[in-house]
Design a protein around this ligand. Structure first.
Ligand SMILES: C[C@H](O)CC(=O)C(=O)O
Length: 537
């Protein structure tokens, strides 16, 4: 079919991966290269109400695009940007008329409860001279009746395009073609039909091929992104689909400028912030859930895949489609908590620790790089040593604290049960395992609610310890692979998330410091006093 257009959404949907922080040079080059590759429609990013920063593909005025789109770009390229109702969107009333900008069109995306507002805004966008793309989030969740009612309103509105949007990445070919059939038979022929996919079932490419074979005179727009960069499991790969269209329909896309974007800008991002298909995103689609639920649970780095699957199943049906952070944290904590009687264990610990210096060693990379300071501290203070989620190779800890199922599976074969304390969230422990109640050790910040380092400190507080020394409790740096003594321990790569974890941990440490003395034996970003105890020794 020759009436197919490609829309590249890397700078918008891909931005969920890196918080839209591509850098100004990269944004300019990407816009230029997409045009050079003959991409029909290029999405420049989001229009939001946030302050403008040229390093981000987020804009608060349409004129900002004039600076970024090169005058050498092809006249045939159409430029669009998205307004997403509910995502710090800009009211289109505030936008200048289309003739003041290189921007040709606006993609308006909205949830079912925002339909009335979307139609109000749609009229404003049209009246300002923009091509209007209507993009209902998650069309898979519309009943036929709701979908047909929407199409009726769309016919009256007469936008440039109407989209089938597979937000959850759950559409099989038969589901797509079914909705395509509804649209093609009920939408005015002048309105283009768009398809935006996500790759949770690895079906974005085959579905796009099926749609391209569908027999219609209507114009079709298919969304894709360079290297599939996009939220969660990502999108259809632009380069793959361009090549397919060239071979099948004698189109004239040039994949090389797209590959250059991938090589120069996207691969470096993917090293610290990967996207694309994985088991957790498969599970979110299989449970018809928003992919952010899986991302959130994966970022805990404390759950096995079956555990993630089991938690996703517990999300109530009506909450599955839209991400609800408070809800998933609650279900997560309920899943993890598994009440045990730990009074006697706490008593024993209290007695053991009475009058002792306590050193808690976490698996930060300073355990290796500042080994001298740790050994010096141990030799001078003769502390009771508790290691957290790992067994150091040059010290014999008195106790290993295990507060995370993933770490347990790594350590299982090497643990001496008599010298190990587990938190009760860990499932399938041997009968003789010593367990402390998980729910009493967690804190109220979602981003580090069950950080094992904090749980140990809470446990020590319960055991009436007044002063603790910390080693290897480094905090998270931008380079995730350098955060642990062993790079295989790294599970969270997203720098934004790591920053949030750092903030949450600092906040909780501050509270703990009101109740107990905490000092740092090794360098740590949480060491607000910046006084290294090895210097004092
Ligand atoms: C294209 C849609 O309007 C917004 C989006 O990315 C989604 O998956 O939903």
């Amino acid at each position: 079919m020759s009436n197919i257009k490609i829309l590249d959404c890397t700078l918008r949907d891909g931005g969920y991966v890196n918080n839209w922080h591509f850098g100004r040079k990269a944004i300019e080059t990407m816009l230029f290269n997409f045009s050079k590759s003959n991409t029909d429609i290029v999405e420049c990013g989001f229009l939001t109400n946030k302050p403008y920063d040229p390093d981000y593909s987020l804009y608060n005025s349409v004129e900002q695009l004039n600076e970024l789109v090169s005058s050498d770009s092809s006249m045939n390229t159409m430029y669009v940007a998205m307004i997403a109702i509910g995502e710090r969107e800009i009211n289109p009333v505030l936008l200048s008329e289309a003739d003041s900008t290189v921007l040709d069109g606006i993609r308006l995306t909205f949830h079912p409860n925002e339909i009335d507002l979307a139609f109000e805004w749609a009229e404003i966008i049209k009246s300002k001279g923009y091509k209007l793309f209507m993009q209902p989030v998650g069309t898979t969740n519309y009943t036929d009746k709701q979908f047909l009612d929407l199409l009726e309103r769309i016919n009256k509105l007469e936008p440039y395009a109407f989209y089938i949007v597979d937000t959850l990445g759950v559409m099989y070919e038969k589901d797509l073609i079914r909705q395509v059939f509804l649209v093609d038979n009920n939408l005015k022929p002048s309105i283009s039909l768009g398809y935006h996919s996500h790759n949770n079932f690895q079906l974005a490419f085959s579905n796009a091929q099926a749609l391209s074979q569908y027999n219609t005179k209507r114009n079709i727009i298919i969304d894709c992104s360079a290297n599939g960069m996009g939220r969660g499991a990502g999108n259809l790969c632009s380069e793959l689909f361009m090549d397919y269209l060239n071979r099948t329909f004698s189109k004239n896309y040039d994949v090389l400028p797209v590959l250059e974007i991938v090589d120069r800008y996207l691969i470096p991002i993917s090293l610290s912030n990967p996207w694309g298909y994985n088991s957790a995103y498969f599970l979110s689609a299989a449970n018809n859930c928003h992919p952010n639920y899986s991302s959130y649970l994966m970022a805990k780095h404390s759950l096995s895949m079956p555990a993630i699957g089991s938690i996703l199943k517990q999300i109530p049906q009506k909450e599955k489609r839209f991400f609800n952070k408070a809800l998933i944290e609650k279900i997560y904590q309920e899943y993890q908590s598994n009440a045990v009687d730990d009074i006697e264990i706490l008593d024993r610990l209290r007695k053991k620790l009475d009058g002792r210096n306590v050193l808690v060693i976490s698996p930060g990379s300073t355990v290796k790089s500042e080994k001298g300071s740790i050994l010096k501290y141990i030799s001078k203070k003769k502390p009771f040593v508790i290691s957290v989620n790992f067994i150091p190779d040059y010290i014999k800890p008195n106790i290993v604290f295990v507060g995370n199922s993933v770490r347990y599976s790594e350590l299982e074969d090497r643990l001496n049960l008599k010298k190990t304390v587990f938190t009760s969230n860990i499932k399938n422990l041997p009968k003789k395992a010593v367990c402390i109640n998980y729910s009493e050790l967690i804190n109220a910040t979602d981003d580090a609610s069950d950080s094992s380092g904090l749980m140990v400190l809470k446990l020590l507080k319960k055991a009436s310890v007044k002063s603790v020394a910390l080693a290897g409790y480094d905090g998270f740096t931008k380079n995730p692979l350098s955060n642990y003594i062993n790079k295989n321990m790294c599970g969270v790569y997203d720098p934004i998330l790591l920053k949030e974890k750092n903030l949450a941990i600092s906040k909780e440490l501050k509270k703990l410091k009101e109740k107990m003395k905490i000092k740092f034996v090794t360098t740590s970003i949480y060491d607000t006093e910046k006084t290294r105890s090895d210097k004092k020794l």
